[in-house]
Write a protein that binds this ligand. Structure first.
Ligand code: CA
Length: 226
């Protein structure tokens, strides 16, 4: 059963949207403020539809906090604030897509379907990946062989793969994986990166998977085509 968390304080939107989502066969949990949305996000819904204008908290803040807790389900932003779209996309709040209000139900449902498909554990988007993560089972596969990873190694790889193609800063990795603010030394992080590279047969000089981006952090490279 696919579970959607809908965070929207305007019943004029949430009521018809809930009806439409249920008609698509999703189980829908509706929340109308940020605090209860964060609480509901803990139950690991498959997708979150998130309004930006909430009574108690900015939707972007909700999104950021969901990501800080390491949750990776797709987040689809609903916004009437077209001028803030750059922020949604650029400021790394961690949203996956957005729809501006007013929107057509059919368009929103199509976006929801696309995001769920992209995020499916064995979805087409992941089929050609040499490294595959099953976040729910906490398992990682390299060429379809399960990798033997410690908890931290798994968490680190999961974040890097989730952000594949993008630089993940040391600060973000320390926060997400070690649950700590960064105070300077990231020796532990470097050690874990080095172990992961070894397990992926990666060459530091010419990495296929984990690249070092000087002065910033690391990037998991997209899988080679084919
Ligand atoms: Ca609103």
């Amino acid at each position: 059963m696919t579970r959607v968390l809908l965070v929207e304080d305007d019943p004029g939107i949430s009521v018809p949207l809930t009806r439409a989502l249920r008609r698509e066969g999703y189980t829908v949990d509706v929340r109308s403020d940020g605090e209860s949305a964060l609480e509901a996000a803990r139950t690991r819904p498959d997708l979150i539809v998130l309004d930006l204008g909430l009574p108690d908290m900015d939707g972007l803040e909700v999104c950021r906090r969901i990501r800080e807790h390491g949750r990776t389900q797709p987040v689809l932003i609903l916004t009437a604030r077209a001028e803030e779209l750059d922020a949604v996309v650029g400021l790394d709040a961690g949203a996956d897509d957005y729809v501006t209000k007013p929107f057509r139900l059919a368009e929103l449902l199509a976006r929801v379907r696309a995001l769920l498909r992209r995020n499916a554990p064995d979805g087409a988007g992941e089929l050609d990946a040499e490294v595959r993560i099953d976040a729910d089972a906490r398992r990682a596969y390299f060429h379809d062989e399960e990798m033997q990873l410690t908890a931290k190694e798994f968490d680190l790889l999961r974040v890097l793969v989730r952000e594949r193609g993008r630089v993940v800063t040391r600060e973000q990795l320390m926060r997400e994986v070690w649950d700590t603010e960064w105070f300077g030394s990231t020796k532990t992080l470097d050690m874990h990166i080095s172990v992961l590279r070894k397990k992926l047969g990666d060459d530091v000089a010419q990495p296929r998977f984990i690249s070092t981006v000087r002065g910033m952090g690391f990037r998991f490279e997209r899988p080679a085509a084919g």
